[in-house]
Design a protein around this ligand. Structure first.
Ligand code: IMP
Ligand code: MG
Length: 184
C-alpha cells in the first residue's frame, strides 16, 4: 500500500490538531443543548472517532450510510441512502460529520432530508474541504482543512473501497487508477 502513495497531503498530526480544535469549539457552542452527532459512513468514521473524543459535553451519536460515487473518482450527484439513522431527532440539535466536502451534493441532500424530521437545527462539520469543486452553496459551520482539487485517500477516504486505513490523507500514484492489479 505504501508504495502506491505519491504524496502525503495532510499528516495525521494536522488531522489530530484539527479534530481537537473543532471538538473544543463544538463543546463550547453546544453546552447545555441536546446534541446528536451523525457520522456519514463509511468515510467519516475515522474523523468521527477522533472528533467525539475531543468533545467534553454529553452527546448522542448515530450513523447514516450513503453512496454517491460507486467505484468512480467522480461524483454522480445521485445520493442513495443505504442505512438510515435509528434515533428520533425531533427537537435535537444535529451535527452531520463528514470526511470531505467535494461538490457538496451529498451534504446538501442530507441536510435537507434531516430538516424535514423536526430537529432544532442541522449543522455540518467536515475534516476536509475541496471548495474549488463546489456545485451547490453549502454552509459549513465547522470547517476542517482545505485541500486542492486532487483525489485523496486515507483517514477514512477510499478509492474503490480500499486505502481507508491509511493514517494520513494521501494522493495515490496515477498508475493505481489505470491498473487494477495495483489495488489493495
Ligand atoms: P460530494 O457529494 O461531492 O461533496 O462528496 C461526497 C463524498 O465523496 C465525500 O464525502 C467523500 O466521501 C467522497 N469523496 C469526494 N472526494 C473524494 C476524494 O478525493 N477521495 C475519496 N472520496 C472522495
Ligand atoms: Mg463521505
Amino acid at each position: 500500500m505504501i508504495g502506491q502513495i505519491e504524496e502525503i497531503l495532510v499528516t495525521r498530526e494536522e488531522l489530530k490538531n484539527k479534530a481537537k480544535e473543532l471538538g473544543r469549539k463544538i463543546s463550547n457552542d453546544y453546552e447545555g443543548k441536546e446534541l446528536v452527532l451523525i457520522g456519514v459512513l463509511k468515510g467519516g468514521v475515522v474523523f468521527f472517532a477522533d472528533l467525539i473524543r475531543e468533545i467534553n459535553i454529553p452527546i448522542d451519536i448515530d450513523f447514516i450510510s450513503v453512496s454517491s460515487y460507486g467505484n468512480s473518482t467522480k461524483s454522480s450527484g445521485v445520493v442513495r441512502i443505504i442505512k438510515d439513522i435509528d434515533i428520533d431527532i425531533t427537537n435535537k440539535h444535529l451535527l452531520i460529520v463528514e470526511d470531505l466536502v467535494d461538490t457538496g451534493l451529498t451534504l446538501d441532500y442530507l441536510k435537507n432530508m434531516f430538516k424535514t424530521r423536526g430537529p432544532k437545527d442541522v449543522k455540518i462539520c467536515t475534516a476536509l474541504d475541496k471548495p474549488s469543486r463546489r456545485k451547490v452553496d453549502l454552509e459549513i459551520e465547522y470547517e476542517g482543512i482545505t485541500i486542492p482539487d486532487k483525489f485523496v485517500v486515507g483517514y477514512g477516504l477510499d478509492y474503490a473501497g480500499k486505502y481507508r486505513n491509511l493514517p494520513d490523507v494521501c494522493v495515490l500514484h496515477s498508475s493505481v487508477y489505470t491498473s487494477k492489479e495495483d489495488m489493495g
